[in-house]
Structures are given as structure tokens and as C-alpha cells.
Design a protein around this ligand. Sequence first.
Ligand SMILES: Cc1cc2nc3c(=O)[nH]c(=O)nc-3n(C[C@H](O)[C@H](O)[C@H](O)COP(=O)(O)O)c2cc1C
Length: 434
Amino acid sequence: MDNIASTGHTASTGDTDKGHSLARFVSELEAAGGLERISRPVSLRAVAALSEERERAVLLENVAGATMPLLVNAMATRQCWAVALGVPEDEIRAEISRRSERIGLGVERVPTGPVKERILLGDEVDLTTLPAHVHHELDGGPYITASMDVTRRAGGFNLGMRRLMIRGPRQTGVDVVAPTDLRSQYRAARQRGERFPIAFVVGCHPLDFLASQLPVPVEDEYEVMSALRGTPVPVVACETVPLEVPADAEIVLEGYLDGDWSEVEGPFGEYTGCYGMPHQNPVFHLSAMTSRAEPIFETATIGGLRLAHTDTALLSALTTEFSLWEAVRRSVARPRAVYCPPAATGLHHARIAIEVRDHGDARNALLAALGSRANIKHAVVVDEDIDITDDELVEWAVATRFQADRDAVVIGGMRTLPLDPSLPPRDAVATTGG
Ligand SMILES: Cc1cc2nc3c(=O)[nH]c(=O)nc-3n(C[C@H](O)[C@H](O)[C@H](O)COP(=O)(O)O)c2cc1C
């Protein structure tokens, strides 16, 4: 497998893997019946439709023109997360909360690792050799989406996920429009006139992606990754930028961001299932690409017609449930469960089951949800006899136990996500741009 060619920079890697790898997760998911392997040739153009039709993870072993396998939907079901965490599906939320408390493990600095088996520098890098595909018909180009950004900040590293629109062999668009830590850091660096080094991990174990999304208040977000793994993450120095990346990742793209929100990125079929207009964004310039000798290229599915079956909605649901549970358990005596349906993006809708101990508990739980760290638009509170993962039971409870004039609470003017297409246009515009 030589898409990322050996160039004489190939290094011996040592044994830092310790079994935590995307390949191992793929095997475990397949053994649990959660992954379909397709070995017949599949055109890159067919990948988006194929992944939208499937409700399981798919490993495409023979993508026409590519020399590495392509993995899609590897985080798109609760089963994927149950396998990643090694617990039954109904214990996923509790297990994430439990693991997130193990802050303080630190990282293990290693001299090299599997992600250094192939090293391409400068002009040797060619992004167009990767099996990145067009995700939705009207997208501005092929996108890399299973891409976790690593940047340095006071006290450690910031992690997030940002889509990358391929613009050429060593250049991509990157969406830094929404109010995030990355955007604040980049703006501050521009104001100081400094270069802004960044690395993108493309393809890794689902828990590593989850670490980049969970709102745990720490300076060094590698602490969250170590906590979720239960062992210090082995990190290795980048080749061309002063950053450190997980040594057991699949592919790492190194480089720097440039530009004052001046280059067109998009349009893109957003996580809401609607197209986002082209954004003005910075540009990512690549200086190196390192990888395993036989990497798996991963795509995180976003948007489209069936949000409930996308990686992004599931990642978002778990992240929102994490914040939601933290808020609800502090507001009522007997919280029972929280659930965020991925069909509603995983970010916007919350269901909460409580055992009412005191009069008013339901409203307290509702306000806790809306006031939590998550960006919830609509929340429903039901009694503990309702299984909130069951759409039919929730519909029944709302139909038979709820009177809008008595039970609904409407609060305006709260924080929201700027890409919500039901916002008045001016509100959406107010939070975009540089
Ligand atoms: C698959 C996926 C892709 C994402 N792409 C973007 C993106 O392109 N731009 C963005 O601002 N946020 C994106 N997000 C959301 C951010 O990763 C998320 O808000 C993160 O917590 C931001 O981290 P930060 O505040 O530390 O920068 C994406 C999330 C997922 C799950």
C-alpha cells in the first residue's frame, strides 16, 4: 500500500501503539457485526451516496484510484460507541462521564511512533492522492472531514475538529468562522503578526475524536484524550511545526494557517442537513504529511438526508448528553436519563427523564438543560417510566401527559449555534466573519 510513498524518510517506529488504534477498533466493530467490508471497486463519486444508504460503518477496501482503504460512518451508531468504550449501549453516557474524571494522567512523550512510518516533506506532499470525496452534490470541492486540529496554547494543546476543503496538493480551505477556541487563538496570533502552526490528525480511534469535542475545562485537551483512553496518550513531535500529535494516529497533516478570512470556502452540506453558503475563511498551507505505512483514510459523515446515521450527529449527541447530564444532575434530586436524538443534529434537542421528588422538578430540569454548556433549543422532560431513546414512547408521553398552555416554557434570547437555518439572517451573520 503505497499511496503515501516511501521517500527515504521512513523511520522505525518502536512499540508505542499499545493496541489503541483505528485498525483495532475496526476489527472489534466488525466482530460485533457493526461494520460492512466492501472489496469490490467503488468510485470516489459513489462514496457519499453509499455511506448515506448504510446504517453501519463501511470499510471500502478498493476505492478506484486510491491506494488506501476508506472508512466511513465509524462513529455513526450507538453500537460504534459501545464497542469503542467496551460497555453496553445503555451505559455509554455514564462511561464517558466516569472516564472524563480521570484528568491528570498527562501524556507520554515518545521519540517516534506508527504515524512516522511514512514522512513526506514540502513538495513531496500531495493531498490529491488521498481518497477524499465530495460529500454533497453542491459542495465546493472534495473535503477531508475526520480531521482533528491540534494547536498550542498557554498550558497545553487545543483540540477540535475542522473540515478541510482540498484546494490543491498542499493547500486547503478550513472553516474557522464559528466562535471557537481555535478562532480566538488564530485571531490573536494574526494581531500579534505571528505565524499560526497547526496539525490535523486524519483518522484515529473514536475516543480521540470525542476528546476533541467534550467540554471538559482543562488547559491541555490531551488530558481529556488520556482520560478517555485511561492511559497517557503517546505523543510525538511534528516534523515541521512546534506541535505534538498522537503517535498512533493514521495520518497527520502539518502546516500553518494564513489569511484574514479572505478566501472562499464552501458551500458545504452542513451538520444541519442544509447547505451553508460559501464562507470567507483562512487557508491551511501544508508543510508535511506523515502516516502509518498502511493507513486507513477516514471520512466523518456530515449532514445529508439522514442525520441520524452520520458520524457528526452521533459525536454531537454524546457531547451534548455529557453537558446535559452534568447540568440536570445538579438541578433535581432524582435524574434518571438524558438523550439527544441524532435526527435533530445531536445538538439541538434534548430528552430528559426524571423521577419527580419535589413539585417543580420538571421545570428546574428544563431550565438546567437550556442553561447548560450545550446549545439546546428544545428540551422535553418526561417521567422515569418513559424510555427516552424510544421515539414512540416519547410521542405517546407528549400526546397524553402534556398541555402546552400549562406545561410549555418558552425563553428567548439565549445562546445558539449560528448555522441554525431557522435563525433570522441577521443573527446568523452577526457571528460570522473575522
Ligand atoms: C465532524 C466534525 C466536523 C466539524 N467541523 C467544524 C468546522 O469545520 N468548523 C468549526 O468551527 N467547527 C467544526 N466542528 C465543531 C468543532 O470541532 C467543535 O465546536 C469544537 O469543540 C471546537 O473546538 P475549540 O473551541 O477548542 O476550537 C466540527 C465537529 C465535528 C464533529
